[in-house]
Design a protein around this ligand. Structure first.
Ligand SMILES: [Zn+2]
Length: 534
């Protein structure tokens, strides 16, 4: 008696975008066997050969490879989803009020929030007073939208031992008023003075938050992430958390895990290398920082910001950076370096292009590449360096870049087209929790360079747009290459990480990208998200 073979599944859609150069252009179906793609082609050709395969019909849908979020702070985002969301606040008072409301809802000690953005109220610095008035007795810690500044109240300053005599830590700044009193704003490394007072998170509560976050990523069509270390929380060791989930068979996300610089010695000592790991967890590069960010005016620029005499903050000296890259590369660990300002990007390109510092397992990569230095369009392509960029940053940043950097520098900011035309490997991600994890925002931003209000008209420096297809390739195939793996395409022999979209994201006007729905997501051939009945 015929019965459905549970290990074989035929997906029948309207269209398959294999994103593979040799893939057939008229395919509408994918055959999956034991979690791996067995064939891609026309349903009429595949169906007779499938025997008792289960058939999932997805009329009106287009299939693509599962997407990779190539830059996410996974546990930080997962835990942030449980904190006060301050991103809509339009004044420091509104931020303080929301923090107080959150505190009232959640009894306990620390009051946590994130997403406040001083550009929503003209950029003036917040002060402790507003917070102290509304939350006088509990420590409050509120992270800025770009994650490069903390706003805390007096109780937090007290617990962290920060007073008028506390020196600025290296690579950070305690913002002070005219009388020398800390205002409650802590920039860059100064945030660590507070972070180390926070109670330790447990592996179990972090794992629980990541499982919730994983479900959300599947709803968004994401099946893999490149995980960056947390910036402002003392997360439990990510590998311990992820391995806990994997051991229970609950990890349904392929994770490339980068290593923070402070763990490089330990990694080298135990012989850890980029590429080490398995199907679900794989070791990435060592993460370093060369500068800060645009919004906090801490990105390191060749020329001063328009609104100040500062060129930003240089976090690592060139000699020190080269030293770390070299000792990591010598033992097989690639470099993953944060560089936003043009001076920081130039330094990253200078150092990482050295052919003697190549690592076999995976290419070096620059995170963000926001302001491309003039005349350096070809360098990343020539040296095989991955440009890991987050197009959705543009949605919030375009007007800030205009204001802080001016038109000439803005014209080479988020230079997707210049980099792509030079043959660079672009890998796209979200930088969640800095931006939402939804990749449709990135597809839209890369293809039309407007914000959610459609501003500016015609797109911001529209000569730097790329096609939705190119952007999708950056979320799939190129991200896989950046990890030194072969996924990100729909091709026989590749794990069946597949997303069904309706309508076809490559057929809609990119401005309408948010009308595209992810109706099903498969990881290793298993349906992990389905909105088919909706
Ligand atoms: Zn980041």
């Amino acid at each position: 008696m015929p019965h459905a073979d549970s290990r074989t599944l035929l997906l029948v859609a309207d269209r398959v975008h294999t994103l593979d150069d040799s893939g057939s252009a008229d395919a509408d179906s994918v055959l999956i066997r034991e979690g791996v793609i067995a064939a891609v082609g026309r349903a009429s050709d595949l169906e007779p050969a499938t025997g008792h395969a289960r058939v999932l019909r997805l009329p009106g849908a287009a299939l693509t490879p599962g997407l990779t979020d190539a830059h996410i702070h996974l546990s930080e985002w997962a835990l942030a989803r449980r904190e006060a969301d301050l991103s809509a606040a339009i004044s420091p008072e509104a931020v303080a009020r929301q923090a107080a409301e959150h505190a009232a809802r959640r009894p306990g000690d620390w009051v946590r929030g994130r997403g406040w953005n001083p550009h929503r109220w003209g950029g003036g610095p917040p002060q402790t007073e507003a917070l102290d008035r509304l939350v006088p007795d509990r420590p409050v810690i509120l992270q800025s939208h770009d994650m490069h500044a903390l706003w805390v109240n007096r109780e937090t300053l007290r617990r962290a031992g920060i007073g008028p005599d506390t020196p600025d830590p290296e690579g950070g700044r305690i913002v002070r008023d005219a009388a020398g009193q800390p205002t409650g704003v802590l920039l860059e490394n100064a945030g660590q003075l507070v972070a180390r007072c926070l109670p330790a998170l447990t592996v179990e509560e972090t794992a629980e938050a990541i499982l919730e976050a994983q479900a959300e990523l599947h709803r968004l069509g994401i099946t893999a992430v490149h995980n960056l270390p947390a910036l402002h929380i003392a997360e439990p060791e990510p590998v311990r958390v992820l391995e806990t989930l994997r051991g229970r068979g609950e990890l349904r996300l392929r994770v490339l895990q980068h290593i923070p610089l402070r763990q490089l010695d330990e990694a080298l000592r135990i012989g850890l290398r980029s590429g080490f790991g398995g199907e679900w967890i794989r070791t990435g590069g060592v993460k370093m920082f060369l500068d800060g960010a645009l919004g906090s005016q801490t990105a390191w620029m060749f020329e001063p910001y328009i609104s100040s005499a500062s060129c930003g903050i240089q976090v690592l000296e060139p000699g020190e950076f080269r030293f770390h890259v070299r000792r990591a590369a010598r033992d097989g660990i690639a470099t993953t370096v944060h560089a936003i300002g043009d001076a920081a990007v130039a330094l990253a390109l200078d150092v990482l292009a050295d052919p003697e510092l190549r690592v076999p397992a995976m290419p070096h990569r620059i995170e963000h590449v926001q302001c491309l230095p003039p005349g350096r369009e070809r360098d990343a392509a020539d040296a095989g360096i991955t440009c890991s960029m987050q197009p959705a940053h543009l949605i919030t940043d375009w007007s800030i870049a205009d204001r802080h950097w001016g038109p000439a520098r803005s014209a080479r900011t988020y230079a997707f087209r210049a980099l792509r035309d030079a043959g660079s490997r672009l890998a796209f991600g979200s930088d969640a929790p800095v931006e939402p994890a939804d990749p449709r925002l990135g597809l839209m931003a890369a293809a039309v360079r407007v914000d959610l209000q459609g501003q500016p008209p015609g797109g911001w420096h529209s000569h730097q747009t790329i096609t939705v297809r190119d952007a999708l390739v950056a979320y799939t195939r190129r991200a896989a290459e950046a990890a030194g793996t072969l996924g990100g395409v729909l091709r026989p022999g590749v794990p069946a990480d597949i997303v069904a979209w309706r309508p076809d994201p490559l057929a809609v006007d990119p401005r309408e990208m948010l009308s595209v729905r992810c109706i099903a997501t498969l990881v290793a051939g298993e349906i992990v998200h389905s909105a088919l009945s909706a």
